[in-house]
Design a protein around this ligand. Structure first.
Ligand code: NDP
Length: 248
């Protein structure tokens, strides 16, 4: 018996890193998984790996910041797997930019990818979830949405927005059996942060109470709890896992 048997899940950004880990775990727990990612080849490779391991998964190319692309992708997803029970809004980008060098284009790209996408994907599924009286929305925020960060004003603003979105929509739909929650990882080893220098990494790890970066497998179990029946009393929560980097 899997914890997600019979559930149909969409994971955005599921071709890599945390999203990939969530897609693979959800499939192992019995969910039929649709991976939405702009990296089509890698998304298909992850889906293929899940199928080879006995799970059910398919990949869909989608830029989640684009309204029409999202509408098209969700129409294809629903045609292939049926109504969506679980949505993981996880796709995101990160790029350090000093505030005074932050262009409007870069600001808009960050907000569109990391926050607008959450709105666009959620509106594709929320009505059906409320009508069926069961649903799970899980947003990947970041500890930086709480604590902020120099060079990342745009990223931290988007992630703080994700946390506000999570609380607000969580409140709005709670009585319809739909939960909206977030996970807020600290520094997790994924391709996103792979360009850090050895010296930068050593300095950052020395600052962390736990003394090391996190692994994907240390993040994804929280997403599973929020996605499962056992997570029914989490409403508008942001679950923090950051090795003690920011304790709230
Ligand atoms: P990865 O870069 O490993 O994975 C992100 C995936 O999302 C990639 O496949 C990426 O494609 C895809 N993606 C990016 N933009 C879009 C888009 N517009 N449409 C569709 N897919 C897109 O990152 P992580 O796994 O590390 O990050 C996942 C989430 O976790 C992000 O929201 C991130 O902000 C958050 N997070 C990560 C932390 C970390 O330390 N790793 C810490 C806190 C939060 P491509 O490869 O083409 O960019």
């Amino acid at each position: 018996m899997g914890k997600l048997d019979g559930r149909r899940a969409v994971v955005t950004g599921g071709a890599s890193g945390i999203g990939r880990g969530i897609a693979e775990l959800f499939a192992r727990e019995g969910a039929v998984v649709a991976i939405l990612d702009r990296n089509e080849a890698q998304a298909e490779a992850v889906a293929e790996g899940i199928r080879a391991a006995g799970g059910a998964a398919s990949a869909f190319a989608c830029d989640v910041s684009d309204e029409n692309a999202v509408a098209t992708a969700f129409a294809l997803v629903k045609a292939e797997i049926g109504a969506v029970d679980i949505l993981v809004n996880n796709a995101g980008i990160l790029r350090d930019v000093p505030f005074e060098e932050l262009s409007i284009t870069e600001w808009d790209r960050m907000i569109a990818t990391n926050l607008r996408s959450v709105f666009l994907c959620t509106r594709q599924v929320i009505g059906g979830m409320r009508a069926r009286k069961w649903g799970r929305i899980i947003n990947t925020a970041s500890q930086l949405g709480h604590k902020g960060s120099p060079m990342l004003v745009h990223y931290a603003s988007a992630k703080a927005g994700v946390i506000g979105f999570t609380k607000s929509l969580g409140h709005e739909v709670a009585r319809d059996g739909v939960t909206v929650n977030a996970i807020a990882p600290g520094v997790i080893e994924t391709p996103m942060g792979a360009d850090i220098t050895p010296a930068g990494r050593a300095a950052k790890e020395a600052e962390l109470p736990i003394g090391r970066f996190g692994r994907v497998d240390e993040v994804v179990e929280a997403a599973l709890l929020l996605a499962s029946d056992a997570g029914s009393y989490f409403i508008g929560s942001t679950v923090n896992m950051n090795g003690g980097d920011y304790m709230i």
